[in-house]
Design a protein around this ligand. Structure first.
Ligand code: ADP
Ligand code: MG
Length: 459
């Protein structure tokens, strides 16, 4: 018989197939088994929308699937945790009162807004504290341009990319800069917009609502993917959008996916989202990860040796939020135990985070890249040097370097006995091109997605 965690993973796999990729990503991808006790599953979901959607449409099915797997009756509840970083949520055992407390206020969102205060912007999310690297250079430059000259260049600016990669940070940074210049700016999450809208309908206060969102010079809207499927709110958003555009006001949007991939989004909104400039943030490379850790350590006035920074940066690869969580935990543990921050302490304190990191084998990378570009592994490792093969080969070199522990000579020998300098050249070529080549950045994002999805479904 399966253990609860295994049963949950298996059910997630089935739901991914039955729901289709995009619904799955929207509603279930970050759902986690929080606790299991005597047939009672508590699943953590990232926000009130996911909770509501799952409760309304999927609760019975999830229960049935889990029951089949475990061979017993089960019940399932979905909760949204607040005031907690994801790292804490994964390690701290949850007390019963806390759990009930959380279930009592389901629609509250991420909890971050609580710290936003009246200014609505997080003080530490500025351009100065944003570390620029290959994955985010373009998004950074575009955000800066928009903040310096709102509604002149790119309108709207649409920033998209995976979770924890700095989209919200950039949005706040734009906000700080335009406020310094005396412009009126409003930052909102899409959840707030939708909640406000529903509230306005209920209280017949639509005109206040409209004023609030339309009397601004710059409107910053976070996570617009949550508009998917919200028909009335989309309509209202459409009018807000048009009013602002016509008045030459700047709009900046973020989303975890491109407008094309937002299913259940009205066509007229989709075209508007695509109107201005779309920029992607992709996962940071090793150097950028180290630089981010360095900067966060400095912000906390913590003395973290560079070998420890590199060690952590090598282990945690795809998400800046997790990177930061790991560093925070390391610093806290060092203070609590009165031990200096060393690689050994990092190993001891963070092992569970590293354990969760999926391990990707070098051969998996080669196979995934070959399949992605529609060539065979044999072609990949052959001596032939036509362009259709050279590019995938260099991409494989780059990914092997970034995502596995393989050394340059090991990569060379895996790819048909090539010299380590050839590998180094290939890796460098890809790095250079990442700065200018959008398509390549997208390819790498998709490749990483495939690698991690396959690796975690096997694990
Ligand atoms: P997203 O909105 O894309 O999910 P966030 O903007 O919330 O991600 O970023 C998650 C955390 O990582 C934040 O604390 C943010 O400050 C930090 N972060 C992300 N990218 C960078 C970066 N390039 N430099 C510094 N901090 C970053
Ligand atoms: Mg965000």
């Amino acid at each position: 018989m399966l253990r609860p965690q295994e049963a949950w993973q298996a059910v997630l796999g089935e739901l991914e197939i039955s729901l289709g990729r995009s619904s799955y990503t929207t509603w279930l991808k970050s759902a986690k088994l929080l606790t299991y006790e005597d047939g009672q599953f508590v699943i953590e979901v990232p926000n009130g929308y996911a909770k509501e959607w799952l409760e309304k449409r999927k609760q019975a099915e999830v229960q049935r699937l889990l029951a089949e797997r475990l061979g017993r009756n089960v019940s399932v509840s979905f909760v949204v945790l607040q005031h907690r970083t994801s790292a804490e949520a994964e390690t701290k055992p949850l007390l019963r009162e806390e759990r009930e407390d959380n279930m009592a206020c389901p629609m509250a969102s991420t909890g971050r807004e609580i710290y936003l205060g009246t200014s609505n912007l997080l003080s530490e999310y500025t351009f100065e504290t944003f570390v620029v690297g290959a994955g985010n250079r373009f998004a950074y430059a575009a955000s800066m341009a928009v903040a310096e000259q709102p509604a002149i260049k790119y309108n709207p600016l649409f920033i998209y990319g995976g979770t924890g990669l700095g989209k919200t940070h950039l949005l706040h940074a734009v906000g700080h800069l335009v406020r310094q210049r005396g412009l009126i700016c409003r930052y909102i999450t899409t959840e707030t917009f939708v909640n406000d809208f529903i509230e306005a309908l209920r209280n017949h206060s639509q005109s206040d609502f409209r004023d609030k969102y339309r009397r601004v010079d710059v409107l910053l809207v976070d996570d617009v993917q949550f508009l998917s499927g919200m028909e009335r709110a989309q309509e209202e958003f459409f009018y807000t959008f048009n009013t602002l555009q016509e008045a030459h006001k700047q709009i900046v949007l973020t989303s975890d996916r491109t407008p094309k991939r937002m299913v259940k989004l009205e066509e007229r909104l989709r075209t508007r989202f695509e109107w201005g400039l779309m920029v992607e943030v992709s996962p940071p490379d090793l150097e950028t990860r180290i630089a981010i850790l360095q900067q966060k350590a400095e912000q906390r006035a913590a003395n973290v040796p560079s070998e420890v920074l590199e060690f952590v940066a090598r282990q945690i690869q795809s998400n800046v939020r997790e990177l930061e969580g790991a560093l925070n935990r390391l610093i806290a543990t060092s203070e609590l135990l009165g031990r200096p921050i060393t690689v050994q302490l990092a190993r001891d304190t963070l092992s569970d985070l590293f354990g969760r990191q999926v391990n990707i084998s070098p051969m998996q990378v080669v196979e995934t890249v070959a399949a992605y570009y529609g060539i065979t592994v044999k072609e990949m490792i052959s001596a032939a040097r036509n362009k259709e093969l050279v590019v995938p080969r260099q991409v494989a070199m780059y990914l092997l370097r970034q995502e596995t522990d393989a050394s340059l000579p090991e990569i060379g020998s895996l790819l048909g006995g090539r010299d380590h300098t050839t590998v180094l050249h290939g890796v460098e070529r890809v790095k250079e091109r990442l700065d200018t080549d959008d398509q390549l950045r997208r390819d790498l994002m998709h490749l990483r997605e495939r690698l991690y999805v396959n690796a975690s479904s096997e694990g």
